[in-house]
Design a protein around this ligand. Structure first.
Ligand code: HEC
Length: 141
């Protein structure tokens, strides 16, 4: 009971944060997002079947579940977040890329968790563009 109340509060917070920044990832520029993704490739591959590096492969990331890459050892925080958030929708991804640890803490309600991803995309427009690019990385597009 207590756990679900905490989660409801965290979810409300997350929704509030997204509304305040006016996040609409569907407006993103995928071509610019592909350029921005060069900042990610030190740690991630984007192609289908790509290897894990410091971070998991990101093919089909916008459709698959949170922390769902089978060959990657995720942090406790992201593993716990996966029980609360089913998939990477625009809102979740916008908040995650802005500050991964803050998002994990909000979603899990656990201020002790820390993301393994020590990289942020502070500019809202950049995040929108990268998300638009990641949406192109699936079988359906
Ligand atoms: C310095 C290395 C590093 C960089 C740079 C980096 N990441 Fe990550 N990323 C990680 C690690 C490590 C994880 C696993 C996080 C965890 O387990 O807490 C991760 C996790 C993720 C996840 C969650 C994956 C899943 O399976 O749920 C997404 C999405 C993501 N990164 C996107 C990006 C994007 C987009 C960029 C570039 C804008 C980026 N990352 C840049 C290291 C990095």
């Amino acid at each position: 009971m207590r756990k679900s109340t905490l989660f409801a509060a965290a979810a409300a917070l997350a929704v509030g944060a997204v509304t305040a920044t006016g996040a609409h990832a569907q407006d993103g520029d995928a071509a610019n997002g592909e350029k921005l993704s060069k900042r990610c490739i030190a740690c991630h591959t984007f192609e289908k079947g790509g290897a894990r590096k410091v971070g998991p492969n990101l093919w089909n990331i916008m459709d698959r579940g949170v922390a769902a890459s089978e060959d990657f050892n995720y942090s406790d925080g992201l593993t716990a977040a996966a029980e609360k958030v089913e998939s990477w929708d625009d809102e979740a991804m916008m908040a995650y890329l802005e500050d991964t640890t803050a998002w994990l803490r909000e979603v899990t309600g656990d201020s002790g968790v820390r993301s393994k991803m020590t990289f942020k995309l502070p500019k809202e427009e950049d995040r929108r563009d990268v998300i638009a690019y990641m949406k192109t990385l699936s079988e359906g597009s």
